[in-house]
Design a protein around this ligand. Structure first.
Ligand SMILES: Nc1nc2c(c(=O)[nH]1)N[C@H]1C(S)=C(S)[C@@H](COP(=O)(O)O)O[C@H]1N2
Ligand SMILES: [Mo]
Length: 228
């Protein structure tokens, strides 16, 4: 191969690699996704597009929550991580945020037929759970909202997918309407898995636990793009 051909090939390869880390592939079902990156400072105002992708205003989405928006008092707020763990946790908002912050472009799909894409900023569930130390018998993560809403996911899925417990979307803090102080960004799972106003994360040994909507017949798997 000539020297010039070699350089062109190398440039192409580098270009492709860079493309993978900076572009957000459009997936089946209108899913928009970006890479998980350490949180970057994006200024002080909310953003409406990110790396060329339009973002949805989450404050303007239909509110279909079971008891309406909750108001969580940060002064008394504690995130409880308990049950099948070595060391139960009662974390203040600041303690939750003491973990590394990440950003990721993710699309939420509600079973009602609408979707919304946002740049979520949060801490890794993996980092939070490591602090509590799930017992080897723990297989399910049950999320509890302040509205007594529940939903669950397999522990393996939460860890493998690097799910974020989000505190910001589109460079603005979550508002009460959107689950302030925390919403699970349950990537690739239907909206009812995206627990808002998270006050408790319960590790369970029950592989068949069913949350609020799941008990009423919604699938417990809730995968957005099941592989054929
Ligand atoms: N605590 C709590 N979390 C909840 C719900 C709820 O009623 N209570 N509704 C779920 C449903 S059905 C959807 S589609 C998403 C909507 O999230 P959004 O308000 O950020 O769009 O929240 C989910 N999380
Ligand atoms: Mo939903």
């Amino acid at each position: 191969m000539s020297r010039t051909a070699c350089i062109i090939l190398l440039a192409l390869l580098v270009g492709m690699t860079c493309g993978c880390t900076t572009q957000s592939p459009t997936l089946q079902g209108g899913d928009i996704k970006g890479p998980l990156v350490p949180a970057r400072d994006l200024g002080t105002t909310e953003i409406s597009n990110y790396e060329g992708k339009p973002l949805n205003d989450f404050k303007a989405l239909p509110d279909n929550s079971v008891r309406g928006p909750q108001s969580v008092d940060l002064a008394s707020y504690r995130l409880v991580i308990d049950e099948a763990v070595r060391s139960p946790q009662h974390l203040t908002y600041a303690e939750v945020l003491s973990h590394t912050h990440y950003q990721k472009l993710i699309t939420l799909h509600c079973v009602e037929g609408w979707s919304a894409t946002g740049l979520f900023e949060g801490v890794l569930m993996k980092d939070l759970l490591a602090q509590a130390g799930p017992l080897p018998s723990a297989v399910t993560v049950i999320f509890h909202g302040q509205d007594d809403y529940t939903t669950s996911l397999p522990l393996a899925t939460v860890l493998e997918r690097n799910m974020l417990l989000a505190y910001r979307v589109n460079n603005g803090d979550l508002v009460a309407r959107n689950g302030y102080p925390f919403q699970l960004a349950a990537e690739d799972k239907l909206g009812y898995k995206w627990c808002k106003w998270v006050v408790r994360i319960e590790l369970s040994t029950d592989p068949d636990f069913k949350g609020f909507w799941e008990r009423q017949g919604y699938g417990n798997d809730a995968e957005v793009n099941p592989s054929p």
